[in-house]
Design a protein around this ligand. Structure first.
Ligand SMILES: [Zn+2]
Length: 153
């Protein structure tokens, strides 16, 4: 019987002892986060290999729905727990949209020319303050050098 050797996880790079049944193909450790990453990587690869999957599925569902016209009409009535979850999801999505719209409004206001002018003035003012402070320091140094009695004070 072959002894199973340890492997290194593709994601967290820790060493782990793979499952006996899957040791040849197992790429990740048993941590939930690593398993989720592996699963999403595999799904992405699969969708890249089958780019027309969603389109072909849509056509299949449309054709199937023609044979069962009442199915979708009563689906929400038969699944109240789904309806509750879906309504919460919709509410949350709407709230996020409102927040996002407000943030876009803030960005638009800051793009207004008056606000930009104000920002430029503030920057200009800050530069003037810097120039003024430098000049003041220079005058102080020069005045101390020119009048030796100021050092004695
Ligand atoms: Zn891992």
């Amino acid at each position: 019987m072959k002894k199973i050797s340890k492997k290194q996880c593709d994601f967290c790079h820790s060493t782990f002892l793979p499952d006996v049944r899957a040791w040849r193909q197992q790429k990740t450790c048993f941590k939930e986060s690593c398993r989720k990453k592996r699963k999403s990587r595999a799904q992405l690869k699969w969708f890249l290999r089958h780019p027309d999957y969603h389109e072909s599925r849509k056509i299949k569902i449309k054709n199937w729905a023609k044979d069962y016209p009442d199915y979708w009409r009563f689906w929400r009535k038969r699944h109240p727990e789904y309806v509750e979850r879906d309504n919460l999801r919709r509410q949350q999505s709407y709230q996020n949209l409102k927040i996002s719209a407000k943030q876009n409004g803030i960005i638009k206001i800051s793009d207004q020319p008056e606000v930009k002018t104000l920002q430029v003035l503030q920057e200009f003012s800050a530069k003037q303050n810097l120039i003024y402070r430098r000049l003041e320091t220079l005058f102080n140094v020069l005045s101390q050098k020119s009048s030796p009695q100021s050092k004695s004070i």
